[in-house]
Design a binder for this molecule. Structure first.
Ligand code: 5GP
Length: 202
């Protein structure tokens, strides 16, 4: 059996990556979503083991000592990490895996797993991104400015990704992501056994 593919999905705040991934997971229930372990407090509406597994700093640091993370980062005094074991277990049995991380996490994963496929969700323009962030109404002007600055930095390093999905029309973006995933499944090395199987029965 061939191994599954690790898809690393990144994109600036306001790019719509969560919405796209939610739609993709409705259509591809066979893909495993990597739940990050994090140490910040739960926000209203968040649930344990939804997008994140909330743990204490002490637990996270123990995990670091035991090399339990594929990659990790510290933002604003909180740790965020991708647990290694679930990702390895799923790709071993042929499942595809999606890891949603920022650009630093994506770089670290590519270094450890060179076969990982990196996908960047891009807003159609900077103006659209600004409009989306402003329309959300959840952030102050100061926070919007900070997110736009962070977005600029992320977009500037998007050239290290394998694919760019432009999120202008949501359904097109969802189809594009599904097409990338399907294309990866059709690669020769994922289907090498079929050659022998067909020849064997000839
Ligand atoms: P938030 O606290 O707003 O949910 O996330 C803060 C940042 O942490 C976001 O940029 C998010 O992409 C990033 N993040 C979430 N999970 C992980 C992870 O497992 N590893 C890394 N490196 N970053 C993560």
């Amino acid at each position: 059996m061939s191994k599954g593919t690790v898809f690393v999905v990144s994109g600036p705040s306001g790019s719509g990556k969560d919405t796209i991934l939610t739609e993709v997971f409705k259509k591809r229930k066979d893909i495993f979503f990597s739940i990050s372990s994090i140490t910040r407090d739960m926000r209203p509406g968040e649930v344990q083991d939804g997008k994140y597994h909330f743990i204490s700093k002490a637990e996270f640091e123990k995990g670091l000592e035991n090399e339990e993370f594929l990659e990790y980062n510290k933002y604003l005094e909180n740790y965020y990490g991708t647990p290694k074991a679930p990702v390895e277990e799923h790709i071993k049995v042929g499942d595809d895996v999606v890891i949603e991380v920022d650009v630093n996490g994506a770089k670290a994963i590519k270094e450890k797993l060179p076969e990982a496929v990196l996908i960047f969700i891009m807003p159609p323009s900077f103006e659209v991104l600004l409009n989306r962030l402003s329309r959300r109404g959840t952030e102050t002007q100061e926070q919007i400015k900070g997110r736009m600055e962070a977005a600029l930095k992320e977009i500037a390093v998007a050239n290290m990704y394998d694919y760019i999905v432009i999120n202008d029309d949501l359904s097109v973006a969802v189809d594009d992501l599904l097409a990338i995933m399907r294309g990866c499944r059709l690669k020769l090395k994922k289907q090498i056994n079929i050659i022998d199987e067909v020849l064997k029965n000839a």
